[in-house]
Ligand binder design. Structure first.
Ligand code: ACO
Length: 304
């Protein structure tokens, strides 16, 4: 990063806790990464591609503006019997997508959902803006969602958005309102712009509030929670949210130092790592909590 913009490893680590981030090569698109994560999830769950009824992709970095990246992933993995669509909830997108999947399944519209969060932030950050480019990384995670008997699964959710604050974190141009042209390219307004301090402030309050509401809806007390998976944007946001919500850091899973902010992919990647490390065990009470552009935020209480 020091060779790309005027920054230092010390500044980045102190302010964000980020040591490394993954940058995908050109051919490894959001769909390609998502297909890789999807194949791993299907294999572990013992689900064949043609068994998938609902394929939902959360991404802020679609391969193309049309069609949805979920359709590209559907073709790549051969999930030919599924309905496929994208959910655009920025960093909160994985939780929104899980909730949509839960809705489909609980109302009998399908039995098996494949939920994928896949993000190629390196393609949309401004590599000349040191205040944002150091924060983000690329990655993908996926989950199979299906109904289960008994007191497990998604037990309580809280989601909210505030579109009045959209301009705190956005890509001003390149969509249908201000289509891509030479001026957009020259001014770099098709790339991410962020008011970091404002985002920080809102993120902490919103995530702490959402965590409390999701817990209340699940009937759990704060002490019942075994493990927390917060959106991994920045260690200072994670610590401040934990403090504000009254959650001890020992219960909070952190891997932001290895990946940076992979938007909606951070939570499924963190959960996968926790499984690999043996930290995530059946029966545990989990709290997932996220915040992102929109602004969007949410939390989910899950019995694993
Ligand atoms: N290296 C060195 N200096 C930098 C860098 C950098 N990479 N980036 C900014 N600076 C400078 C600024 O130019 C500024 O200099 P100045 O005082 O001479 O003007 C100084 O550092 C302080 O800048 P601030 O933006 O005030 O720094 P702050 O302490 O707020 O930290 C940060 C910036 C890390 C972005 C912080 O605001 C933050 O974490 N915000 C949350 C944003 C976030 O994580 N968003 C992710 C998307 S949303 C989500 O996923 C939750």
């Amino acid at each position: 990063m020091e060779s790309i913009v005027d920054t230092s490893d010390e500044w980045i680590f102190e302010r964000t806790g980020i040591r490394e981030r993954r940058i995908a090569p050109p051919e490894m698109t959001a769909a390609a990464m998502g297909a890789g994560a999807a194949r791993m999830a299907m294999e572990r769950a013992g689900v064949a591609p043609e068994d998938v009824d609902i394929l939902i992709v959360s991404t802020a970095t679609p391969d193309r503006l049309l069609p949805a990246t979920s359709c590209d992933i559907q073709a790549l993995i051969g999930a030919t019997n599924a309905v496929a669509f994208d959910v655009v909830g920025a960093c909160t997108g994985f939780l929104y997508a899980l909730t949509v999947a839960e809705g489909y399944i609980s109302t009998g519209r399908g039995e098996i959902a494949l939920v994928i969060a896949t993000e190629k932030l390196s393609a949309i950050v401004d590599w000349e803006d040191r205040s944002t480019c150091v924060l983000f990384g690329d990655g993908s995670g996926a989950a199979i969602v299906r109904s289960s008997a008994g007191e497990k699964g998604i037990l309580g959710t809280h989601h909210q958005s505030d579109g009045r604050l959209a301009n705190l974190l956005y890509r001003p141009a390149g969509g249908a309102a201000i289509p891509m042209d030479e001026e957009v390219l020259r001014n770099r307004t098709h790339l991410i712009q962020m008011s970091g301090r404002e985002v920080f402030k809102h993120a902490v309050r919103a995530m702490a509030d959402s965590a409390g509401q999701a817990l209340a809806r699940s009937g759990w007390a704060l002490d019942d929670v075994d493990l927390v998976f917060p959106h991994q944007a920045n260690i200072r946001i994670i610590k401040a949210t934990a403090r504000y919500a009254g959650l001890p850091m020992e219960k909070v899973f952190v891997n932001v130092h290895r990946y940076g902010n992979m938007s909606s992919a951070t939570i499924p990647v963190a959960m996968d790592e926790a499984i690999e490390e043996g930290r995530l065990q059946p029966g545990m009470k989990l709290l997932l909590v996220a915040f992102g552009a929109g602004l969007t935020w949410g939390a989910m209480a899950v019995r694993w």
